[in-house]
Design a protein around this ligand. Structure first.
Ligand code: FES
Ligand SMILES: [Fe+2]
Length: 354
């Protein structure tokens, strides 16, 4: 298969979707500026811990509210002191008693779940918490781990492409998680209206150094393994990857993973502008749960691996900008990425028609 697809510069995103805007620990009782789907936002936590997301432009003269301050749960504009409550309604104007009833800034539905603060950018009437992508491993006591957020100078879909095809591990991450087996193993692709899944089994292989050392934290073993990668895309921008290795021929492909170690790479890439995104990721594991040094080792190890991706993705975006007329070619390896793009395109089309 070698199909050409047009890649336009202004790759769009659905507004009716939950987007991660911050790690739970990033959000405090202070003002934090973020840009999501090209909209400037100001975020903070109320004293009772509830997250608040408001438009980051004062009603009066548009100064970003993030340049102001918080007094209790009230945002005070840093220019002329207009005050807004957590619903975005103006509650004080200097030197006048009546408040103009139209004085408000937009407030966005916000929810804390799976250790992230999610914001709904579209029609608030459609903001159903059940639609938050499943990332439950991130705060499930059966799993342990941690992650980071990186601001990547590329369109969020380039990161989805990167994660939906792990062939790149062989070339971008040689020496840690990548080896020839990834690029050579066959894979299956399945999709439905909201998800696309790429499954790859590498049976009876020598484990790459990363997995060899992880397996040895649970089982002392030096031989061949069955390795898996099950990559699941949830529209529009979440990709969870079920990864691991088990001692070869102990039944892992059939579902018995007891002789192995399992991790999840959790990724959600929030469009910031058309050419930047917030890439939230975590690596969680189901072994050695109490070992905080293992958590730090994995977080920093994955962080170094993702810095390699960041370098590639930013260079790719720069090349796209330099060649706006050029198109992408799709190979067999791009099937997962291609379905992910189609599913997201459909969401965007549906919104534009509505
Ligand atoms: S710009 Fe905010 S009070 Fe004037
Ligand atoms: Fe990568």
């Amino acid at each position: 298969m070698s199909v050409k697809t047009t890649f336009t510069m202004n790759e769009s995103f659905p507004m009716n979707a939950w987007y991660a805007t911050a790690w739970d620990v990033e959000l405090k009782h202070e003002l934090l500026a973020r840009t999501v789907c090209n909209k400037k936002l100001v975020l903070y936590r109320k004293k009772d811990g509830t997250p608040v997301v408001l438009e980051d432009a004062c009603w009066h003269r548009l100064l970003p509210l993030s340049k102001g301050s918080l007094r209790d749960d009230t945002v005070v504009c840093g220019y002329h002191g207009l005050e807004y409550n957590s619903d975005g309604r103006c509650s004080y104007m200097p030197s006048q008693e009546t408040i103009n009833p139209s004085a408000c800034v937009r407030s966005y539905p916000a929810v804390q779940k799976y250790r992230f603060i999610w914001v709904w950018m579209g029609d608030p009437a459609l903001a159903d918490e059940a639609k938050i992508p499943d990332m439950h491993w991130n705060d499930d006591p059966e799993w342990a781990g941690d992650g980071k957020m990186i601001e990547v100078k590329c369109n969020y879909r380039l990161v989805v492409d990167n994660l939906m095809d792990l062939t790149h591990e062989t070339f971008v991450h040689a020496g840690s998680i990548g080896d020839r087996n990834v690029a050579e193993a066959p894979f299956d692709v399945h999709y439905d209206e909201h998800t696309a899944t790429v499954t790859r089994w590498m049976k009876g292989i020598d484990p790459p150094p990363f997995w060899k050392s992880q397996l040895n934290k649970k089982i002392k073993y030096d031989g061949r393994v069955d390795r898996w990668q099950v990559i699941k895309f949830q529209a529009p921008c979440t990709v969870n990857i079920d990864v691991g290795v088990a001692i070869a021929d102990t039944g892992a492909p059939e579902g018995d993973r007891s002789q192995g170690v399992n991790g999840y790479v959790l990724n959600t890439m929030t469009p910031s502008t058309n050419q930047t995104c917030y890439y939230f990721w975590a690596f969680v594991r189901n072994y050695n749960l109490q070992d905080q040094s293992n958590t730090i080792e994995l977080r920093e190890g994955v962080s170094r691996i993702f810095a390699q991706d960041e370098d590639i993705l930013e260079a790719q975006q720069a090349a796209i900008n330099a060649n706006p007329e050029r198109e992408f070619y799709n190979l067999n390896i791009d099937a997962g990425a291609m379905w992910s793009r189609r599913i997201t395109d459909k969401m965007v089309e549906k919104e534009q028609k509505a």
